[in-house]
Design a protein around this ligand. Structure first.
Ligand code: GAP
Length: 423
């Protein structure tokens, strides 16, 4: 079973590279762990996924506003949000070879509250556990906290006063624009602000292809509600997330909800449900749905002395809204979509690979082939069909391919491999 699963991941990684979906970044320089580039078909697939998400979560609704905020984030924002002190992972180091690992991946239950939390120092790695890199047994440092944000400096001064971070979640860009959106649009509760964009985390152990990257994209909604209405909103977005999973063609039988216990929840969350997927490397988090209370707005308001409250028109009641957050990773969506779509079978005694993608996601919507390259009348007719498709469906969502190379069966197989619905 394990060997089969590994093969599936290996096949998907190989297909992604061979057919121009996803390449390791800086490939000719030996790569850089946790970074990926999208090739032409991968970019088309990603664009189709994010547009479908934007349609379902933003434009199909009257109560969600879209924004696009800066990725480099002021230190004070992430101090107030609790990320500077709290966005940490427990790490252990093999004393023999110096390799570092996430302590929790060894089953060591250390859940740090903050970077200065010393409680986990007492936790020890089991003595019989060999280092996955050099094999030495039990020669680990006690777990210590590792800050996962990428630090940078803004401006010419390279000192503590100019420190900024690459955002670890798109959410904070939304919270700091809450007042702007209220002032420009005067929305009534409940309403949401959505954003799709890059997030950056200096993961200790990036792995499993797009699953755990150091630079990745998130699609997030912060949905602001009256404090007493949070459960209703939580259920609303829970349903929307299931609808999304089905719409995007992820195998729904492989998606499982997990109520995240308090000890594992992020510092801001009072309730989280993880949507887990049966990846070949285990049942792991695909998406998260969190009840963030008024944690973020309250802390930004307190840090800056600004009023981030909302006044109810009818009751004149003034309060800080509470937040429900559906948070979806683009890379994990692509991986789950590919794993759900990847199919191998036999055709005319030959092995065939094809992607059962939803047509809305397919990078190429239709391919046109002249049966024979050296028959001008066939080539002309096929070209007419191809040109008429291109002019009739002149929209970036509709992409068409022309292929007159090699035998016709091979041309079909090439389109099968990238999930083209029509040839
Ligand atoms: N704003 C809430 C938040 O960021 P999270 O559970 O840390 O919560 C949300 O991340 C989603 O972002 C995850 O469910 C996953 O889809 C994606 N994600 C998180 N870390 C990732 C990583 N290192 N690589 C790829 N995707 C990641």
């Amino acid at each position: 079973m394990a060997a089969m699963s590994n093969t599936l991941m290996e096949n998907i990684v190989a297909l992604c590279k061979r057919r121009g979906f996803v390449y390791p970044s800086f490939d000719i320089y030996g790569g850089l762990a946790g970074f990926f580039d999208y090739g032409p078909y991968g970019l088309a697939l990603k664009n189709n996924i994010v547009s479908l998400w934007w349609k379902q979560f933003v434009t199909d609704r009257e109560d969600v506003y879209g924004i696009d905020s800066a990725t480099v984030t002021k230190k004070e924002v992430l101090q107030a949000s609790g990320h500077v002190g709290g966005f940490v992972d427990p790490m252990v180091e093999c004393k023999k070879c110096g390799e570092r690992f996430r302590a929790d991946e060894f089953g060591l239950e250390v859940v740090p509250a903050s970077i200065t939390d010393k409680s986990c120092i007492a936790a020890r790695m089991p003595r019989e556990l060999p280092c996955p890199k050099c094999g030495t047994k039990g020669e680990y440092t006690p777990p210590y906290m590792f800050q996962m944000m990428f630090k940078t400096n803004v401006g010419a001064k390279q000192d503590d006063t100019s420190v900024a971070y690459l955002r670890p979640e798109t959410a904070q860009g939304i919270f700091v624009n809450f007042k702007n959106v209220i002032d420009s649009f005067h929305p009534k509760l409940p309403f949401g602000i959505a954003q799709i964009g890059k997030a950056f985390r200096n993961e200790i152990a990036p792995r499993d292809f797009l699953f755990r990257a150091r630079e990745f994209e998130q699609m997030e909604v912060e949905y602001f509600v009256k404090p007493a209405a949070w459960q209703e909103a939580f259920e609303l977005w829970r349903t929307k997330m299931h609808e999304w999973v089905a719409a995007v063609g992820i195998d729904t039988a492989k998606v499982h909800e997990r109520e995240v216990p308090e000890s594992e929840r992020a510092h801001y969350s009072k309730r989280t449900i993880d949507f887990e997927f049966d990846f070949p490397f285990g049942q792991k988090e695909l998406y998260g749905l969190a009840y963030r209370t008024d944690y973020d707005l309250r802390n930004h308001a307190a840090a800056r002395g600004v009023d981030l409250s909302y006044t109810d028109d009818e009751t004149k009641e003034k309060f800080i809204p509470h937040v429900i957050e559906p948070s979806l990773g683009v890379g994990r969506t692509i991986l789950a979509v590919l794993l759900s779509a990847y199919t191998e079978d036999e055709m005319n005694g030959e092995p065939r690979i094809y992607l059962r993608l939803k047509p809305v996601l397919a990078p190429v919507k239709a391919a046109v082939f002249p049966l024979l390259k050296n028959k001008p009348e066939l080539v002309k007719k096929a070209r007419d069909v191809y040109d008429s498709l291109r002019s009739a469906l002149h929209d970036s969502r509709y992409t068409f391919a022309w292929d007159d190379n090699g035998n016709i069966g091979k041309r079909y197989r090439r389109q099968d491999e990238i999930g083209t619905p029509f040839c």
